[in-house]
Design a protein around this ligand. Structure first.
Ligand code: MG
Length: 267
């Protein structure tokens, strides 16, 4: 099931996206908030809207976005000096602020006065559905609400200069999420592709993740409590590169959808 969050009048609503891509799709509005409900028992209001006529918002407003560095071997290699070349025996974690999250209808704001190199990083995002901590791998599925596409936008020059990544990863709009949450897929072997202005820049399968989704849930939840709506970014494949003003960057994940963001210059 695909659950989107969208603007409705002065407010916000959730809805189930019906219909396949390339055909007319509609959103069936949900009664209430989707977290905590049994997906089999969702209630709809009876209101339906053409998908093309609603403004989709970020599918969640997380309390935190936990991101994983160096989770595809080829990407770890391409990053050279920014990463230790050896395979870490534990995942590398960092946080992106909740205010970096932006939706599938919004632009990536390129802060030209503060950085000269802003990169895309297409990633599979895991959305947590319930409060949890110390979740063993075999229970990971119980705490996952669904999956969406993410772009871990990064000011690469600041990442190298600062020695830690808070500023490089933390600008407003540097975490596009969307277009919706897919609740019915398995994360272990999904194709992931990033394009810039239609040219393929990254392509991999999530089966190549060094730390798979259950392992990441176990690891992250051994450190911090996860709240409903929290997001784990699973890392980017090789092929990262720069964006410029006016670019259109898309992250497509098999059986989830496509997240497209325009890049606009910001003072
Ligand atoms: Mg990343």
């Amino acid at each position: 099931m695909r659950i989107a969050r969208f603007a409705k009048g002065d407010g916000v609503a959730y809805g189930v996206v019906e219909g396949e891509s390339g055909q007319p799709q509609v959103i069936a509005e949900l009664a209430g908030h989707p977290f905590g409900i049994d997906p089999a028992g969702v209630r709809v209001t009876g209101q339906r809207y053409p998908l093309s006529e609603v403004r989709l918002l970020a599918p969640v407003l997380p309390s935190k976005v936990i991101a994983v560095g160096k989770n595809y071997a080829e990407h770890a290699r391409e990053m050279g000096d920014l990463f230790d070349q050896t395979q870490a025996d534990e995942p590398v974690l960092f946080l992106k602020p909740s205010t970096s999250v932006t939706g599938p209808s919004d632009a990536i704001a390129y802060p030209v006065k503060l950085t000269e190199r802003v990169d895309y990083e297409g990633e599979l995002a895991v959305i947590i559905g319930r409060l949890c901590r110390e979740v063993p791998k075999h229970r990971a599925e119980d705490v996952i609400f669904g999956y969406t596409c993410a772009n871990d936008v990064t000011a690469r020059d600041l990442q190298a200069r600062d020695g830690q990544w808070t500023r490089a990863k933390g600008f407003d709009t540097f975490c596009p999420l969307g277009p919706w949450m897919e609740t019915g897929t398995k994360p272990d072997n999904l194709g992931i592709t990033t394009t810039v202005n239609g040219d393929v820049k990254q392509h991999a399968r999530t089966s190549e993740l060094l730390w798979d989704v259950p392992s990441l849930i176990e690891y992250v939840s051994s450190v911090m409590t996860l709240l409903p709506g929290d997001v784990i970014l699973t890392g980017t494949p090789e092929g990262v590169g720069p964006l410029t003003d006016g670019d259109e960057v898309s992250v497509t994940i098999e059986s989830i959808g496509t997240l497209t963001s325009k890049v606009v210059q910001r003072d």
